[in-house]
Design a protein around this ligand. Structure first.
Ligand code: PLP
Length: 392
């Protein structure tokens, strides 16, 4: 008889699987399902990145193990990127670590800094990996509710003394998945003060740092003076350069935390393929014009859907970044019942807000990851549902 570890059995069932099962069923019946549930770019990786990969893949020097912490070309490119983008100085040897995607690094961070029973502040709604990762490390998540009225910023002043004392880590994610919420540097200043005063490590997930619209520039937590004393920041090539499958990201900031994570990881993995790291270095050193082109596409999709949804009775706000719209379900629905209705009656998949935490009740997340022609089709199908009349 094969037994499975309790830590795996305790993981909640994958939230997206039920919708994917229904999708497969509907597609079998011939329904043309439009999937706005997947949070991954639909656009291809820029040619210049792919070309560097091809070149480096042919070089036998790159067929060997990478240094555990990543190759120097990649780490130097990350440091240069921080200098150029944020005017932040980083030592590529001690303050930068290559990751096999930032998800890997986030989950391993919890393993590297938490002892059993340690608590972590996680955004609610937030990227589900935080809570699962904390659970796997034997820690406990304390949900930080993010509300529309407060601009989706945590209310640090309302956190209890007990929770401040037992927390070791604060996770933040702006521009936010699933909210599409963005902040100014001031929010990071407040979070930094809170972390410093309570001796809590601040971990910023900047997966969408470059996906911004209309001249808005997302700040880095490391722009806060002395932030390197108590903060780290995760970055990823996945979303900004359409490289989700390549598995390349990084973490920067506090060198003690970086060292701990590097030590842990050297016992788990052997870093990423050197050719992938070098291609990613080329991407980070580029003039970012490819990113700007993608952003123009996302912004056009966002504005199209923003206008249409509000007209149809699905209230949503314009975003300054990410590839998501966070929308209120019409009266009379829950997040889940509305997402089900959209799938069953319109063949459109969205993600119920509750997949990202209890504060997501009453909302859905819509990914802007299909062409504008497909979005026109989404709008045509939603119009037929006559949502406005129904909720009156
Ligand atoms: C996609 C995503 C990540 C993970 O990206 P990687 O592909 O693992 O680099 C991390 N955080 C958030 C919020 C994301 O949406």
């Amino acid at each position: 008889m094969i037994t499975i570890a309790d830590r795996v059995k305790s993981l909640p069932a994958y939230v997206f699987s039920e919708f994917q099962r229904k999708k497969a069923e509907l597609e079998k019946e011939g329904v043309d399902v439009i999937d706005l549930g997947i949070g991954a770019p639909d656009l291809p990786t820029p040619d210049f990145v792919y070309e560097r990969l091809v070149l480096e893949a042919k070089n036998p020097d790159n067929h060997r193990y990478s240094p555990y912490s990543g190759c120097s070309e990649f780490k130097e490119a990350v440091a240069e990127f921080y200098k150029k983008q944020y005017a932040v100085d980083l030592d590529p040897d001690t303050e930068v670590l290559a990751l096999i995607g930032s998800k890997e690094g986030i989950v391993n961070l919890f393993q590297a800094v938490l002892n059993p029973g340690d608590a972590v502040f996680v955004p609610d709604p937030g990227y589900p990996v935080y809570q699962k990762g904390v659970l796997l490390a034997g820690g406990e998540s304390i949900l930080l509710p993010l509300n529309e009225e407060k601009g989706y910023i945590p209310e640090f002043g309302r956190i209890s003394k007990r929770n401040k004392q037992r927390a070791k880590l604060l996770m933040l994610n702006y521009p936010s998945n699933p909210l599409g919420a963005t902040v100014e540097l001031n929010t990071f200043r407040e979070a930094a003060t809170f972390s410093k005063n309570n001796k809590i490590l601040l971990a910023s997930d900047a997966a969408y740092n470059l996906i911004t619209f209309d001249g808005y520039k997302a700040p880095s937590v490391l722009q806060v003076p002395d932030a390197k004393d108590y903060a780290v920041e995760f970055g990823s090539l996945s979303k900004s350069f359409n490289m989700t499958g390549w598995r390349i990201g990084y973490v920067v900031g506090n060198k003690h935390v970086i060292q701990a994570l590097a030590t842990l990881k050297s016992n788990i993995d052997s870093s990423q393929f050197l050719a992938v790291q070098k291609a990613a270095a080329t991407a980070l050193r580029s003039d970012l014009s490819a990113v700007k082109e993608h952003n123009a596409i996302y912004q056009e999709r966002m504005e199209k859907l923003y206008t249409a949804l509000n007209e149809l009775g699905i209230s949503t706000e314009k975003t300054r970044g990410t590839i998501f719209l966070w929308a209120k379900v019409p009266t009379g629905f829950t997040a889940n019942s509305f997402a089900n209705k959209l799938l069953e009656e319109a063949g459109v998949i969205v993600t119920p807000g509750t997949a990202f935490g209890p504060s997501g009740e009453g909302y859905i997340r819509i990914a802007l990851t299909v062409s504008k022609e497909r979005l026109d089709e989404v709008v045509r199908r939603l119009r037929k549902l006559r949502l406005k009349e129904e909720s009156r």
